[in-house]
Ligand binder design. Structure first.
Ligand code: CMP
Length: 134
């Protein structure tokens, strides 16, 4: 079955929304196959978002992602990547569709509460970044 990676970001853990996000995921029929509660080092955040290195928001993004605990998790479901992108909503919570997680709890385009892999290829890479033997 397909897998994808979701990260609950520091703006959501700070507001005690870990359970809320997990509940949304389980109601959408995802199975959590691996999960960790951790604070990223600068190097881990930089490595994870390496693809955005040249973007003007990169340094701020790394600072935000290391500002508090995050909860990366590997999720399993048929059509996992596309279904999770739909459930999570647009990057900017102001543009996210009603009912999506980012519409509900996102703060702004940076503090958008959750990360979701954008392709099967990136899902495999991102799961391997956090979890071995998955
Ligand atoms: P995410 O889906 O984790 O992928 C990259 C992240 O960079 C994104 O969510 C936001 O947290 C952040 N991001 C993307 N675009 C911007 C932007 N224009 N300004 C600030 N942060 C951004």
């Amino acid at each position: 079955m397909d897998k994808t990676l979701l990260i609950i970001k520091p703006d959501a853990t700070e507001r005690n929304l870990i359970g809320h996000v997990i509940s949304r995921l389980e109601k959408a029929r995802y199975t959590i196959v691996a999960m960790e509660h951790m604070t990223l080092t600068k190097e881990q955040a930089e490595g994870f978002y390496e693809v955005h290195k040249e973007r003007p928001f990169y340094n701020s993004l790394v600072e935000f992602m290391t500002s508090g605990p995050v909860v990366p998790m590997a999720l399993k479901k048929e059509n996992a990547v596309a279904d999770l992108r739909a459930l999570v909503g647009a990057t900017n919570p102001e543009e996210a569709a009603c009912g999506t997680i980012r519409y509900e709890i996102g703060v702004n385009i940076e503090k958008n509460s959750v990360h979701a892999s954008d392709s099967d290829e990136n899902a495999a890479k991102e799961i391997a970044y956090f979890f071995k033997n998955i």
